[in-house]
Design a protein around this ligand. Structure first.
Ligand code: UD1
Length: 424
């Protein structure tokens, strides 16, 4: 298995291009199931999760062409040949559940494996199921699969989510575009990925209003058509790379970065003393000279501080001059990075959903590993600032969500290399 070796201590100077958002692309691809005409996605990220979604769509009968070295994906679904999303693919990636709504809306049936438990908590799919039931689907859970049918088509309805869920909002939004009549989604997720999906669906002919607010209204249409859509910039990749010069020192421009995608995160980063400014091409982040100040962070649905940047922010705060408190409110068990950061010399105490981080003067390199994507990258960030060598194992997590990570950082001066598992 590959690992990544980081030798800390180099300041970073240069620019990093921000890729299209993994999480947006993972919902835009299944949206292609809603029409017989091709959906062209530009600015697609080249990631293993995207390849997994491609394999899933192909197993349903889609033809997926990858152009411009994977930057452009053309998803054609003239015919759906299977309505069954198999466990073998779904178990690899929870976002596979996003084919459920579109399959049901187009074909009147879907059989989708229940996603397994996940390293960052229980992550159930009950709200996806209740939402589809409200639209008139009949559901049955059998042999680890969701069997859904709506022989006479879906019907618009009021759906109120008890908890804000990005995936459930996406699934029901896609299904509602082809349902008869009006669907109102209340307590809907407001993430930029939802706005990106709604924008793409409108291009395909859907009638949607209110995306980006907590109430989304969808007027169902009889059919959708093809479209071309550019995937929004990845705000989590953006935030992660904004933290690189913040922790290692130096100044880096994030090309394609937009402040409106990461406002709550920027407020906290600026409060540590890191300087952020907008440029013609994106955002410029500079560590400046002063000591890092501690801050308190509580994760929340958008527009709050994203849970997907909590681990990376913690890496920075291990070096602040004082005590920071990080509260995780979206997922239980999302502090797996804390003991690994502690192995690098960080002082972190975790009680339930709260981590108390007391800043230390320096981190020391160590062999570390993490069991999820964002936790893994937080260890890379820590390694950039640590004395000596940090070797991060289980790199396949990183490859799910960060395109060319070691290249993007090394062109800015980071000392980072991938070690081929076969050559260890
Ligand atoms: C998406 C993102 C993920 C991010 C998360 C929260 C994708 C592919 N993944 O995940 O990176 O961390 O949003 O911003 O876009 N819940 C239920 N029942 C449900 C669905 C969710 O109880 O049916 C709970 C979850 O356990 C969690 C909370 O709702 O506690 C929010 O999860 P949700 O927004 O659904 O996360 P995902 O869409 O899976």
């Amino acid at each position: 298995m590959d690992s990544i070796l980081v030798r800390g201590g180099s300041e970073l100077h240069g620019s990093i291009p921000i890729s299209g958002a993994k999480n947006a692309c993972l919902t835009l691809m299944p949206a292609a199931l809603l029409t017989e005409e091709p959906l062209t996605l530009t600015n697609a990220p080249r990631l293993s999760d995207i390849r997994t979604m491609r394999a899933l769509l192909e197993s349903l009968g889609c033809e997926v062409a990858s152009l411009q070295d994977g930057r452009v994906l053309v998803v054609g679904t003239e015919k759906i040949t299977s309505c069954r999303a198999d466990y073998e693919i779904v178990r690899k990636m929870r976002a596979s559940i996003l084919v459920l709504g579109p399959l049901l809306a187009r074909e009147g049936e879907a059989v989708v494996s229940l996603p397994g438990g996940c390293a960052i908590g229980a992550r159930p799919v009950d709200m996806h199921l209740h939402g589809l039931e409200a639209l008139g689907a009949a559901l049955e859970l059998r042999d680890g699969y969701i069997h859904a049918s709506a022989r006479n088509g879906l019907k618009g309805a009021e759906v109120e989510f008890p908890v804000v869920s990005v995936g459930a909002t996406e699934n029901i939004l896609m299904a509602a575009t082809l349902a008869a009549g009006t669907t109102v989604l209340r307590n809907a997720a407001m993430e930029p990925e939802i706005v990106d999906l709604a924008t793409c669906l409108r291009r395909m002919g859907a009638r949607i209003e209110g995306d980006g607010t907590g109430i989304i209204v969808v007027e169902g249409v009889a059919r959708l058509g093809g479209a071309t859509h550019a995937v929004v910039a990845d705000r989590i990749e953006l935030g992660t790379y904004m933290l690189a010069p913040a922790i290692a020192g130096g100044e880096v421009e994030l090309v394609g970065g937009r402040i409106d995608l990461v406002r709550a995160f920027c407020e906290k980063l600026a409060a540590t003393g890191v300087e952020i400014s907008e440029t013609a091409n994106g955002l410029l982040v500079s560590r400046g000279n002063g000591a890092l100040k501690p801050v308190d962070v509580t994760t929340a649905p958008h527009p709050g501080f994203p849970t997907d940047l909590q681990a990376q922010m913690m890496a920075l705060l291990t070096l602040a001059s004082g005590v920071s408190r990080l509260e995780e409110r979206i997922f239980e068990n999302r502090f797996m990075h804390a003991p690994e950061l502690a192995r690098m010399g960080a002082d972190i105490e975790v009680h339930g959903g709260v981590a108390t981080v007391t800043g230390v003067d320096r981190l020391r390199g160590a062999p570390v590993m993490a069991t999820d994507l964002r936790a893994s990258v937080s260890l890379i960030l820590a390694g950039l600032a640590a004395e000596g060598e940090t070797r991060v194992a289980r790199v396949y997590h990183l490859d799910r969500g960060y395109e060319h990570l070691e290249h993007k950082l090394s062109v800015c001066g980071a000392n980072i290399t991938r070690i081929d598992g076969g050559r260890q």
